[in-house]
Design a protein around this ligand. Structure first.
Ligand SMILES: [Zn+2]
Length: 388
């Protein structure tokens, strides 16, 4: 194998464990994508055999599934079954199921699985590169780097910040509105916007419709009369109101108790949305960054600089009194993956829905300070003399 995949089982240091997790998860995810596309993609079966080979190589002889169909069978069950029995599989991976009963990729496969993807082959020789979606074979950092490459090499900090903010705030919309907003924001065209996928379009009589997730504004999946965002932490689940007239825009009814705005239907004609990899690796992690910025700017005397020095850190926060913080925001499912690649900033902030990660991260990164968004905002407010 051209990449020199090592059989890592005999040397279970934590680095080797991390490697085993990443390789097994990537191979399983690639196999799941291949299986879900086997009727339309001529290279899918070859990819499936190749990934069966990678899994057996990583696990060692006789320990993994021996045929592609055996591997596919495991992909419809919790991923822990693919790991060696004595291996401490991270919780989020242990119960992760990659293929659903209709043999398509689950939403959690994308939400969680792609945090573990890595390049199994050198870029040029990856045989499935032409058709496999980038999130299944590139690491998050590679996707981000290729999106912003030109702006970074031009050293254009203003365009970089404007473009990054644009991709977070406008992951989907009407084509001409997107272009207008991009120009108004001084953002550059660095990523592809595609038509909304058929499983996210509601087939009306006179018009077709889609709904943006109220949190991250990307088209929600539609199944029968149910509409939901695949990102579990958003708790965005709705039902189409069947009582509405068939010619007017259909309305949604909220099915969860989460505090969410109910989005209005948007016409699918000329609608576009960001490529999934860019949405997942730029928009999704960017939302808590902008939430933190917005909440900090409500405090008198506080200013915020986003992604200073072309993303040296996520934010710098300054007060008129001369206090200053450098902050990195991390929205990952596993704290150990944050600790394995520690952020540059001294202060690390996680979204409020990841408050359970604060104490483990404090233990893993003793020289950092770890906060939730709300905790950090309160800290800054206290330091500026405001009421906490
Ligand atoms: Zn969402």
């Amino acid at each position: 194998m051209s990449v020199g995949l090592a059989t890592v089982l005999p040397m279970l240091t934590s680095e080797a464990e991390e490697q085993l997790c990443r390789r097994l998860t990537t191979a399983a995810l690639r196999a799941a994508v291949a299986w879900s596309r086997r009727s339309s993609e001529p290279g899918a079966w070859r990819e499936l055999s190749r990934m069966t080979g990678v899994v057996s190589y990583v696990l060692g002889p006789g320990r993994g599934p021996s045929t592609p169909l055996e591997l596919v069978d495991r992909l419809g069950k919790p991923l822990s079954g693919l790991f060696p029995g004595d291996f401490a599989v991270p919780d989020e991976l242990a119960d992760l199921v990659l293929l659903n009963s209709s043999e398509s990729l689950t939403d959690r496969a994308i939400e969680v699985g792609c945090e573990y993807t890595e390049a199994l082959f050198g870029e040029v020789e990856d045989p499935a590169r032409a058709w496999l979606p980038t999130w299944a074979w590139q690491r998050a950092e590679q996707v981000q780097r290729s999106v912003f490459e030109e702006l970074i090499s031009a050293g254009d900090e203003h365009a970089y910040t404007a473009t990054r903010r644009f991709l977070i705030e406008n992951p989907a919309g009407d084509e001409s509105t997107l272009v207008q907003r991009m120009n108004a924001a001084g953002a550059r065209r660095v990523a592809r916007y595609d038509p909304v996928a058929p499983d996210r379009v509601w087939p009306g009589v006179a018009n077709q419709w889609w709904w943006p997730c109220p949190v991250r504004r990307w088209p929600m999946r539609i199944k029968d009369e149910f509409v939901e965002c695949g990102y579990s932490h958003h708790e965005a689940r709705f039902r189409v109101d069947a009582g509405a007239g068939s010619r007017s825009a259909p309305r949604l009814l909220k099915l969860t108790s989460a505090k969410l705005r109910v989005p209005a239907a948007q016409s699918a004609d000329r609608a576009r949305c960001l490529d999934l990899a860019v949405w997942r690796f730029v928009t999704v992690p960017g939302v808590p960054e902008l939430t933190l910025e917005r909440r900090l700017l409500r405090i008198d005397g506080v200013s915020v600089d986003m992604w200073p020095g072309l993303d040296r850190v996520d934010l710098t926060v300054s007060t008129t009194g001369g206090r200053r913080w450098e902050v990195d925001v991390k929205d990952r499912s596993e704290p150990s993956s944050i600790a394995a690649d520690p952020p540059a900033a001294r202060d690390i902030v996680v979204p409020d829905y990841r408050r359970g990660q604060v104490n483990p991260l404090r233990r893993m990164l003793p020289d950092k300070r770890v906060w939730t968004v709300t905790g950090f905002v309160r800290h800054v407010r206290k330091r500026t003399g405001g009421v906490a």
